[in-house]
Design a protein around this ligand. Sequence first.
Ligand code: SF4
Length: 325
Amino acid sequence: MICTDLTLHLRSRSRATSARPPAPLSTVAWCDSAFVSALRCSMRGMEQLGFDGMPRRLYSAYPSRLTTWLDCPRRFRMAYLERPPPPKGPPWGHNSLGASIHLALAAWWRLPYARRTPTEAITLVKAVWLEDGYRDAQQSASLRARATEMVAKYVSGLDPAHEPIGVERVVATRTEIVALSGRVDRIDQRGDELVVVDYKTGRHALTTDDARGSLALAAYAVATQRTLHRRCRTVELHHLPTGSVVEWTYSDGALERHLRRIDDIAAECRDAEEAFTRGLEDAETDRVFPPRVGAQCAWCDFARACPEGARAYPTRQPWAGLPDC
Ligand code: SF4
């Protein structure tokens, strides 16, 4: 179960390479790297047995679930485990802005080629515009106008004849611990390889560190490769407010490290979830799901259910994350 496709992989690998000496790990091509990962998966799979000797189920997650755990285990518990969950604060304006732009761009790529114009992009932004989280109707209208400009300018720099391999495409992969899936904004073909394109709409310009260190983007690259059976090592952040593109290409080693980190986080989540399901006393709950108080608390959906976070960092207004207009 843990490595369902490993046996086939090992058999084909064995037939294909039995006459060749093994290549050093540092020089292996991707398929060999995948083989090494699969082999590790097989060996470490022994560690994935439960106390009763039965294999443990793969832990299913989106990257955002894992990053929520890293940000704050208490928030993770409230967002994913407590049922019903504690009431959330009001919607954030910056989330509405970002979602509107993502929706419009996805719809633009679904238009027939002849209609992929900046004018159509403006129409789409207006059609999908989400109103939640703005200070008032005037702020919403002002940012909608700004978003139409942004998107029109962005698509005017695109080749409408280009057909992405995927738009809002769900991709998935798995390791010995986690079944990971996620939705990629866009997947492009560049030469023989695929590139993950992630739209960004936040206020701050991005750097290569934002791409290089992103667990989610690394997961998307691996999952894209796994789902579409084509090499994918490069991710691009397209920052619409500035029109800039930040690109990063992962080495095989970097992706391996990201996957190991993903496994470590997923194992923590799984253990904590199992403890939650078994039932925790109040004191234990905070030990297993400690609050991680920091600047992020000002933006936390569950701050009203978290006295420590709300006291240290008063919740921002829903429109505080929007660009000035
Ligand atoms: S307010 Fe802060 S500490 Fe409390 S749940 Fe939210 S992020 Fe965690």
